[in-house]
Design a protein around this ligand. Sequence first.
Ligand code: KG4
Ligand code: ZN
Length: 334
Amino acid sequence: MRVLGIDTSCDETSVALVEDRVILAEAVYGQNALHRPFGGVVPEIAARAHAERMVPVLDEVLTAGGGAPDAVAVTNGPGLIGPLLVGLSAAKAFAFARGLPLVGVNHLQAHVAAAYLLDPAPAPPILALIASGGHTLLFEVPEPGTYQRLGQTIDDAAGECFDKVAALLGLSYPGGPAIEEAAKDGDAFSFALPRPLKNHANDDFSFSGLKTSVLYKLKGQDKRRADPDTATIKVADMAASAQEAIADVLTFKAVRAARRRGIKQLVLGGGVAANTRLRELAVERAAAAGITVFVPPRSLCTDNAAMIAIRGAELLAAGARDDLYLDAYVGGTP
Ligand code: KG4
Ligand code: ZN
């Protein structure tokens, strides 16, 4: 079955045509340049850009020669409401016009399913760490099609922490790649930054305290000081220390969760999974526990529609169908 996937949950207008876990065609229009001046995604700007780009991106995929879609899968949550509604409306219109089945897909479950596009691909039972600018959570996939959330961040997402620390250091947006680049010349243990919730028994995360700790290390105790002190503090050392703290907590808790459940396959996903230090530490710690790590290429870690089509195909095969009343939702799972 050829499934047309559509994702507009955040700041990427993305469409893909996928059949039997093979991407036949895909197109992504990223919006980083539009949001960079604001240091983060502006929902209204994102929604407008999706509305402008949706038809050209859809056209590009449909004319790429992959064949006609048999079904449509679309992200209906979680995400930003305006952006979600653009993709959802396009998916409904297309499915209605062509008389195709339509299915709504949970964006976070789809990040896990992105690993099914790998060769070799993991097979359940799987433990997945999904870390992006908006989400950070652990999933257990005990069997195909079942996604159990084990824990999640109780405040900031890991990517958000990268972005905010980067902003404090005067680095560009998005912060993750900028921190990674700056960290290359830094000493990861030059600043003793906290590892929030690392040794708590649960599978939750917390990153807002880490960000605040960076702020106070930069400003000292002088609350009157307006700007972070990046003149005397080496940006590379702080970038490396923050990256190490985030990678440490994420990989420690992901591997511990897999070990506790006797799961031997760990999947990384979300934009933060592009981080080299995170991958390195995950592989090192997983190997010590006899666990294999699966990391999709960067284009499948960040938001993409191929993963939506893959999760959609799974749902469609299980008989799921949505109608034109399918709604978008902002947070959690419906
Ligand atoms: O999955 P994604 O593209 O979009 C969503 O947030 O849904 O993730 C974007 C996030 C941003 O916070 C960005 O700073 C982070 O992923 N990111 C990275 C890296 N590349 C992107 N974080 C750390 N290291 C990277 N190399
Ligand atoms: Zn995402």
